[in-house]
Design a protein around this ligand. Structure first.
Ligand SMILES: Cc1cc2nc3c(=O)[nH]c(=O)nc-3n(C[C@H](O)[C@H](O)[C@H](O)COP(=O)(O)OP(=O)(O)OC[C@H]3O[C@@H](n4cnc5c(N)ncnc54)[C@H](O)[C@@H]3O)c2cc1C
Length: 408
């Protein structure tokens, strides 16, 4: 029997993870990534609960632990940098704003890609421009045309292109696939200074704006500038226009803002509009979605990476044990309740953590002081419960390695 083939589009977390598990199950995997090389940008992401169990089963948990960012907790500060409240890092799989396993996105991506390089064909600097499910001379397969001009056929296509996937819109009709949260985040890498700590320090500046600083394991510092805005499409601006918007928006903000705005001249910068993917279905014919392309829960939830790792594992496991139509349906049945839980953001977010009015800011700061007080800690960690995502809300099936024996 011939080896089944799959094209996976997107080489971040979900794409290489699904390639890993399909390799284990005897598939021939190709990953296409539109960037010319593996993307190193991005900041701390959390590996929690079921996602962490998947990394254990992949044999990469120790590599992740060795590359954690060393963040020791979260501290909210005022405009002068004075602490308002502090919360320790999570000490379990799922608790706290800072997870026990926090790693830079680019490093996790590299760890998974390195585990798959021997078995997976990686194609960088290309992307799908057309898909056709008409049978070719080898049977019922998907014909894919790439931007480079090549055409190839595969048994299945898995789209792992993130929140704003273009291939998804070629196949699925959901006009409102992305639920916008009217919130933008600029991620920058800046030089570390003597006064910096190993805490995730966070200043809410009013008018819907926040600035944060986080340690990394590379001797630099990760900064974010985030703001609420009803204006859509800012993520499509070129870098110069974006820098102008950020400088204007944060011009009167205190604490670390002047330093971060100065660094904007030459700091690596990644900017995105925060949203969630809400799809009616995660498959159509021979095409399936995985990770943020299917069910991004947003950085606010801290769950997108764990969903991507878990979804990749379940999708590949189901494909190993069932024909693709049944496998896609079972993947969705198993994952959907987990996703629904993860996409439930704490009430009022992102607005509540980024107040617009002075009164809202004062109220938030008072609430933080109470939540971070020793009395609240004795009551069982109010803040930890507020921040704790439903990372364990799925029973992971076991999928013993086997060569697919069913009809693709
Ligand atoms: C550069 C970058 C930085 C990020 N930084 C953060 C962060 O700091 N904090 C955070 O919480 N989350 C961040 N994320 C999102 C985070 O990685 C995901 O929420 C989560 O890990 C699930 O990953 P994913 O693989 O499903 O999607 P993503 O991580 O979004 O990856 C999608 C991949 O698909 C590629 N791609 C997109 N379109 C195409 C196409 N048409 N053809 C081929 N390839 C395509 C992208 O270049 C990317 O490599 C970042 C994502 C990226 C891409």
């Amino acid at each position: 029997m011939r080896t089944p083939t799959v094209l996976i589009s997107g080489a971040s977390i979900a794409g290489p993870a699904v390639a890993y598990w399909l390799n284990v199950q005897g598939w021939q995997t190709t990953v296409v990534e539109r960037f010319d090389e593996l993307r190193e940008d991005g900041q701390n992401i959390d590996v929690r609960g079921a996602g962490r169990e998947v990394t254990r089963r992949m044999g990469i948990e120790d590599a992740i632990r060795a590359a954690t960012t060393g963040e020791t907790g979260t501290e909210f500060v005022d405009a002068a940098g004075r602490p308002l409240a502090r919360f320790a890092a999570g000490t379990s799989d799922s608790a706290g704003a800072t997870a026990e396993l926090e790693i830079l996105r680019g490093q996790l991506s590299r760890i998974i890609v390195d585990r798959t390089r021997d078995d997976t064909e990686y194609v960088f600097g290309d992307r799908i421009v057309a898909l056709d499910e008409k049978p070719d001379e080898k049977g019922d397969r998907v014909t894919v045309r790439f931007a480079s001009g090549t055409t190839r056929t595969f048994d299945l296509v898995i789209v792992a292109e993130g929140l704003r996937s273009r291939t998804r819109s070629m196949v699925f009709r959901d006009a409102n696939a992305v639920r916008e949260l009217d919130f933008y985040v600029a991620y920058l890498t800046i030089p570390r200074a003597n006064e910096d700590t190993d805490l995730w320090r966070w200043h809410s500046a009013g008018r819907g704006r926040s600035i944060t600083l986080r340690p990394d394991n590379l001797g630099t510092l990760r900064a974010t500038l985030s703001f609420l805005s009803d204006v859509r499409g800012l993520e499509q601006l070129d870098r110069d226009s974006l820098v102008t918007v950020l400088r204007r928006t944060f011009a009167d903000v205190g604490w670390a803002a002047p330093r971060v705005l100065t660094a904007l001249d030459d700091a690596p910068l990644y900017f995105d509009a925060v949203g969630q993917t809400r799809m009616r279905s995660w498959s159509s014919g021979r095409v399936a979605l995985v990770g943020d392309a299917a069910y991004c829960s947003s950085p606010i939830s801290g769950m997108s990476t764990s969903l991507a790792l878990t979804g990749a594992y379940v999708l590949a496991g189901e494909l190993a044990t069932h024909p693709f139509g049944t496998a896609f349906a079972r993947y969705e049945k198993l994952m959907r309740p987990y996703v629904v839980q993860a996409q439930k953001l704490p009430p009022g977010t992102p607005r509540i953590a980024n107040p617009r009015s002075r009164a809202g800011l004062a109220l938030m700061n008072s609430a933080l002081k109470i939540a971070g007080s020793p009395a609240a800690a004795r009551l069982g960690g109010l803040a930890s419960r507020w921040f704790t995502p439903p990372a364990d809300a799925i029973d992971l099936p076991d999928y013993p390695p086997c060569r697919p024996s069913h009809q693709i």
